[in-house]
Unconditional design. Structure first.
Length: 251
């Protein structure tokens, strides 16, 4: 029940009278449920062209509003948010809280991960948490859940990364940065590329190009137990493909 430490995450306290409205106008998801009480919302910050800049969990922990974000993109994301701040009464400060996560029985005040039930729960407090013991890559591959800095890159369009399926975008919330492009992809086009589960025979490094009959068909990312997450061109992903020395097939 204690849970393991998520040492690759940073918790940022968000304060000020305009904190929630400020974020609401920037990110892909609807944060208004957090006005009613504790909870977590997964959301992304996009460029005006609709491409991925960052993703994070926005949480109401007790009375505090926090961002739960990957350490590797925290500083760049804070700089981007500061660019939009202008006269808004909002501040981003270090938080003493730490992230713990786990599966099964949850400790008091823990919150369910909003992306998928298989990701279990997250808890925020000063307790350090236990050593990593859960194979999160296996869970992500099984359910095609993208990870910051692996499947989610500056070239990512969030609908291709499964944000709609994983509750990371709301099409009724109103305007946010990149909303026009995202809405157009939703309503006016069929996705021709996107993340998918594949079978992998052999070994290939994450980021290896997938080829089908000598043509680029996508990129192979996280792998576990003979399966992997790949970003594929669907029109070229009908049969066996190559990713370096590995053979890749649609699962």
């Amino acid at each position: 029940m204690t849970g393991e430490a998520a040492g690759d995450r940073r918790v940022i306290a968000v304060g000020g009278a305009d904190a929630l409205p400020f974020l609401q106008g920037l990110v892909t998801n609807d944060l208004r449920p957090l006005e009613r009480g504790p909870g977590l919302v997964w959301a992304a910050l996009l460029t005006p062209q609709g491409k991925y800049l960052a993703d994070f969990l926005v949480g109401r922990v007790g009375e505090a509003l926090v961002l739960d974000i990957a350490e590797g993109i925290a500083e760049a994301t804070l700089r981007r948010l500061a660019m939009y701040r202008l006269r808004a009464d909002v501040a981003f400060d270090p938080s003493p809280l730490r992230v713990r996560r786990g599966l099964g029985s949850a400790p008091p005040q823990a919150l369910p991960d909003p992306r998928h039930p298989a990701l279990g729960w997250r808890a925020y407090g000063t307790a350090p948490g236990g050593a990593p013991a859960i194979d999160w890559d296996r869970i992500r591959v099984e359910h095609v859940i993208p990870e910051t800095g692996i499947e989610l890159t500056p070239e990512t369009y969030i609908l291709e990364a499964g944000f709609e399926r994983l509750h990371g975008v709301d099409f009724r919330k109103g305007c946010y940065v990149g909303q026009e492009v995202t809405a157009r992809m939703k309503h006016k086009t069929d996705l021709r590329k996107g993340l998918a589960q594949v079978r992998v025979t052999g070994e290939a490094r994450p980021g290896t190009t997938i080829e089908a009959e000598g043509k680029a068909a996508g990129t192979l990312y996280t792998q576990s137990g003979g399966l992997g997450i790949a970003h594929l061109r669907f029109d070229r992903a009908a049969g066996p493909m190559q990713a370096g020395a590995a053979t890749v097939e649609p699962a």
